[in-house]
Design a protein around this ligand. Structure first.
Ligand code: FAD
Length: 449
């Protein structure tokens, strides 16, 4: 009898242990379920859906080139799969393990029918634990433990053949799902190409840049990072494949560590499934966040890139136009929302969830809480980033020129703070709040908890 291959954020055929196991067992029915119910409020956002459309198109073509197919179904994953098992007479479901809480529930509900494989992390993240068996609170300790079992095993080859069932179950079409929004089209902001082959090309291109990564990664104006995050999120390339492509050279250490952050965040949300919704340190949930009309207006100004802080606005506009934002600027924009505007980090987390092509439950939640200073790590709320001086320090002038065209004609250093230099064009807003005033307000709010 056939077996089902349940694909989620592992949309690849290479180094795909669930596919290998399925192919060894019999004819394979690869299936992707668009499930907007099981994740509840964490159903995929707009930018992810846009990426998913491209990724599923490529995967479907790759399977067809090997004489197979991709079956598309929509609905709550557990019942869709149970129905498919009954309909096709399949004996099992093979899948790669995931750590989002809704996927873990679904995996548990499928019970014996489901056979789970590892493959989306460097090592099974919930097995990297402290001596007492708990999750690590800080990355450095997690890394020291993970490092013991590195490098990961080499990538697995693609199965030589993928046998087809006697009859294929019916499938939706991608067009039925209308994943492509009417606006914005993130392809116009960056030349994104979804899919396994594109991930492979992007990863190979990055291997030449790894030696400069440690220095270049903090400069938003440069393309010093890999921009592999959407490929990694959708599992179009496995971390083990990437690791071995990059190689063991000492200058790759910084990149290896960043890759390990994915594992760290998955381990954290495995241990604390509601980490995206609740402060890691419960006392931080008593912070008097601003609410009401003026906070709403400020949130909107942040979302639209109209805060009067050029580096913040550049980042928010890059996000809206490309579905991606440079890591340094993610930190600055997130810190600005939480500390300068005193708006609950969960508002920002939701906005990122809807607008990032790489939106990822663990990565997004852990990084937001890290910046906000609400997480289980020791990061303090009272550490407030200074966006204007960071903008100068990391040479963001060309980055600002690219994403905030109103400021394109302003020279360095005035471009980092046009208000202070008296060169702010009328089309560009004044600062929404002064840095010192914002800082004092945030510190006072923290004292009131
Ligand atoms: P590179 O520097 O080339 O790193 C390679 C890979 O390592 C990344 O693709 C990513 O998979 C992983 N990685 C790097 N840094 C981190 C990190 N700090 N945490 C977890 N994984 C990391 N990353 C997401 O993938 N999804 C998110 O939803 C997300 N939300 C974020 C929210 C905030 C507020 C902040 C500060 C960071 C967030 N990040 C998120 C982490 C990081 O900004 C992105 O992974 C990175 O910018 C992606 O670009 P890159 O692929 O060029 O990264």
């Amino acid at each position: 009898s056939p077996v089902l291959l349940w694909l989620r954020q592992d949309l690849r055929l290479r180094d795909q242990p669930a596919l290998i196991a399925a192919a060894e067992q019999g004819p394979v029915i690869p299936v992707y379920v668009l499930d907007d119910e099981t994740p509840g409020e964490w159903r995929m956002g707009g930018a992810q859906r846009w990426w998913l459309h491209g990724s599923l198109s490529r995967l479907s073509e790759a399977l067809e080139a090997r004489g197979s197919r991709l079956i598309l179904r929509r609905g709550p994953a557990v019942s869709v799969l149970q129905n498919l098992l009954a309909e096709t007479g399949a004996s099992r479901v093979h899948a790669i393990r995931h750590y989002e809480p809704w996927w873990r529930d679904a995996e548990a509900k499928l019970g014996e029918a489901l056979c789970l494989h590892e493959g989306n992390h460097l090592r099974r993240p919930d097995s990297v634990t402290t001596g007492c068996g708990g999750a690590y609170r800080v990355f450095s300790a997690f890394w020291r433990a993970l490092e013991q079992s590195l490098p990961p095993a080499g990538p697995l080859p693609m199965p030589a053949t993928i046998a087809s069932p006697d009859a294929w179950p019916v499938s939706d079409t991608l067009e039925d799902w209308a994943l492509l929004p009417h606006a914005p089209d993130w392809a116009t902001g960056f030349d994104w190409q979804a899919g396994e082959d594109a991930a492979d090309i992007a990863a190979r291109a990055f291997t030449d840049k790894v030696s400069q990564y440690e220095n270049a990664r903090n400069l938003p104006a440069e393309q010093g990072t890999s921009r592999l995050s959407p490929h990694l999120h959708f599992g179009e390339i496995s971390p083990a494949t990437l690791w071995h492509m990059i190689g063991p050279a000492p200058e790759a250490l910084k990149f290896h560590k960043e890759l390990a952050w994915r594992d760290f965040t998955s381990g954290l949300v495995a241990a604390m499934p509601d980490y995206a919704e609740r402060a890691g340190r419960p006392a931080m949930d008593t912070l008097p966040w601003r609410t009401g009309a003026s906070a709403q207006a400020d949130l909107r100004a942040w979302q639209r890139g109209m805060t009067g802080y050029p580096i913040v606005d550049a980042g928010m506009r890059q996000l809206w136009t490309t579905g991606w934002m440079h890591n340094r600027v993610r930190m600055l924009t997130a810190s600005f929302l939480v500390k300068h505007l005193l708006i609950d980090w969960r508002e920002g987390e939701r906005w990122f969830w809807d607008t990032l092509v790489d939106a990822d439950y663990g990565n997004n939640a852990v990084n937001w809480q890290w910046v906000a200073g609400t997480g289980i790590d020791a990061n303090m709320f009272s550490r407030i980033m200074a966006p204007l001086s960071q903008s100068e320090k990391f040479d963001a002038d060309d980055y600002i020129r690219r994403w905030v065209p109103e400021l394109a004609g302003i020279a360095d250093p005035a471009i980092h703070d046009p208000d202070a230099h008296g060169v702010r064009p009328s089309a560009y807003p004044a600062k929404i709040i002064g840095h010192r005033e914002a800082r004092e307000r945030a510190l006072a709010a923290n004292r009131r908890r």
